[in-house]
Design a protein around this ligand. Structure first.
Ligand SMILES: *Cc1c(COP(=O)(O)O)cnc(C)c1O
Length: 222
């Protein structure tokens, strides 16, 4: 992908975000676009960096460790978000590399992250992931478990930025986004990580503060 091509894709997605944001009467700068670069190599990512994108997301700690230190060199201000399931034994690595973690979904992980943050003296923003469609294979805590988990995260001094969800693949996402937004409001949380390539404008209309867009920016993954 050339820098021109990347810049055009980026501008078009940013335009869709802005349009949805204005429709919803939300202020400028209230939505962060996270470019999900999982599976893509440096050659695919660099044009987006050159086009001005600074916030990127990965779903695997090891893949991110292999790719990003070199990409960050020479470009200050890059922020990395982890959007994939995280094993507790990778908490140290995740805390060292990422600026935000969107997949906090269980007690054992909260404990591991709190310990890792204390040790590293570095505190990435945390989003609690909710299994909003109650799907067996999906990450995220059960809807009913959120209050207790949030309490644990706050007690452990994790910087809880908000909630995250991935709605069921083949269903209309709006009701799920609306439900997550209500849960966040009810708990005094301002961050809402929701919306992917196929549905990010809907998510923005319903209050997303962070949209996670891969395919629409990079093309199909191999
Ligand atoms: C891969 C991924 C995305 C991006 O999905 P696209 O459909 O390619 O935009 C967003 N969120 C999570 C959690 C992902 O794993």
């Amino acid at each position: 992908m050339s820098t021109d091509h990347a810049a055009r894709r980026l501008a078009s997605i940013q335009e869709s975000i802005d349009k949805a944001r204005k429709t919803a009467g939300r202020p400028e700068g209230s939505v962060t676009l996270i470019a999900i670069s999982k599976t893509h190599d440096a050659a695919a990512i660099e044009p987006l960096i050159h086009a001005g994108q600074r916030v990127f997301g990965e779903n695997r700690v090891q893949e991110a460790q292999a790719k990003w230190p070199a990409l960050c060199e020479g470009t200050p201000g890059i922020a990395l978000h982890l959007v994939g399931q995280l094993q507790s034994n990778k908490a140290d690595d995740a805390v060292a590399l990422f600026d935000a973690i969107h997949s906090v979904d269980r007690s054992s992980l909260i404990t591991a992250l709190a310990r890792a943050m204390d040790k590293a003296d570095r505190r990435p923003d945390c989003f609690l992931q909710v299994n909003i469609g109650d799907e067996a294979q999906k990450g995220g805590c059960a809807i009913g478990d959120l209050p207790a988990l949030l309490q644990e995260a706050r007690t452990a001094d994790l910087p809880v930025a908000g909630l995250m969800c991935v709605p069921p693949l083949d269903l209309e996402p709006a009701p799920y986004f609306a439900l997550l937004a209500k849960m966040a409001r009810d708990h005094g949380l301002s961050g809402l990580s929701m919306g992917m390539s196929s549905d990010f404008p809907t998510a923005v209309t319903l209050g997303a503060t962070h949209v996670r867009v891969g395919t629409a920016l990079f093309g199909e993954r191999a």
